[in-house]
Write a protein that binds this ligand. Structure first.
Ligand code: RIB
Length: 337
């Protein structure tokens, strides 16, 4: 039978309030012997705080929600792991929800998490939610709990947001190609509809102009941040005279690598490659891929700090936290002779 606070109070011959204060480590005027006895009884009966019942009194569920677009993408699985660790250390449980980049799931999971009484939520909106942004923007504006947009956000609405400077990240990649003598540089971009994806392709175009390099239409392929779109883009780019390829995320880089290997094309001897996310290194055979690093742990911790501070004080103004990406140089970019 499930033991309750009342049962413990009866056995310890104290009030329910005393048991609640002792079990929740709240200050109270109770002899140490009584305190120890209460803890011993609770341990003997394997008592656990009923968080749902507690939340009815405290109006806090100590539950947070995280909505991500693709849990199979190493970027988001790493982000989820780091957010969950930080939340747990701060007394919160985390409900992780995956939308598979569907706008309809963004909206449905937002409602589900609010109905489950989360105290706040993190969201990386699906790429689809940028195609018809109005509905999702309205849903976010009408939220009655604090939230943080991570990595992808709507500039049009006032929200807490934590993200990396995408254009800066791409500039670092193109600069590295140029420093090693490359001029025929192609780009596999992320989804044009998303702020995140489009800003990387814009960053590529700006960097090419900065270095006075030709931006050829056939050098630009647009993917969807997933493996197959990187493979398909590779099939087209190897038909051009491009010698270097910037790829907007690691999952598409894996697809490109598959394409190049099928055509016996080597990295960096035949194609110099720079990726984005810098999460492939533990899995790579042969050439390690030079990549733009978005410190996922830092992204997670900064997002948690923003959300927890807004749960503590809902009157805080929205925060815009832009983080700096870094280029991690490995051996996938050849020095052009
Ligand atoms: O790999 C997934 C991409 O989508 C990452 O680069 C991240 O920025 C996310 O938006």
């Amino acid at each position: 039978m499930k033991i309750t606070i009342k049962d413990i109070a009866k056995e310890a011959n104290v009030s329910v309030t005393t048991v609640s204060l002792v079990l929740n480590h709240k200050p109270c005027r109770v002899a140490q012997e009584t305190r120890d006895n209460i803890m011993a009884i609770a341990k003997k009966h394997h008592y656990r705080v009923n968080q749902s019942a507690r939340s009815l009194v405290t109006k806090e569920s100590k539950l947070l929600g995280l909505i991500i677009p693709d849990i199979e993408n190493i970027f988001f699985s790493s982000l989820s792991k780091n957010i969950e660790e930080y939340c747990r250390k701060n007394g919160y449980a985390l409900m992780i929800m995956n939308t598979n980049d569907k706008a309809s799931d963004d909206l449905m999971l937002l409602d589900l998490l609010v109905s489950r009484g989360v105290d706040g939520l993190f969201i990386t909106v699906s790429n689809e939610s940028f195609e018809d942004a109005k509905q999702m923007q309205e849903a976010l504006k009408n939220l009655t709990i604090p939230y943080v947009m991570i990595d992808r956000f709507y500039p049009e609405i006032n929200s807490n947001r934590v993200y990396f400077d995408n254009e800066k990240g791409v500039f670092l990649a193109i600069q590295h190609f140029v420093e090693r003598g490359h001029t025929k540089i192609a780009c596999i971009g992320g989804p044009e509809s998303s702020k995140n994806g489009s800003s990387r392709t814009i960053g590529y175009k700006k960097a090419m102009q900065y270095f006075h390099l030709p931006i050829k239409p056939e050098y630009i392929e647009i993917g969807d941040y997933r493996y197959h779109s990187g493979y398909e883009a590779g099939q087209k780019l190897i038909q051009t005279d491009a010698e270097a390829i910037f790829v907007s995320n690691d999952m598409m880089t894996l697809g490109l690598i598959k394409c190049l290997s099928e055509h016996q094309l080597r990295i960096p001897e035949d194609y110099s490659i720079i990726s984005y996310d810098n999460l492939l290194y533990p899995y790579m055979q042969g050439s390690e891929i030079t990549s733009v690093d978005q410190n996922v742990k830092k992204l997670a911790i900064e997002s948690c700090k923003v959300l927890l501070s807004h749960i503590e004080n809902e009157d805080l103004p929205c925060e815009d936290v832009r983080l700096e990406p870094h280029l991690i140089i490995k051996d996938s970019v050849q020095f052009k002779k």
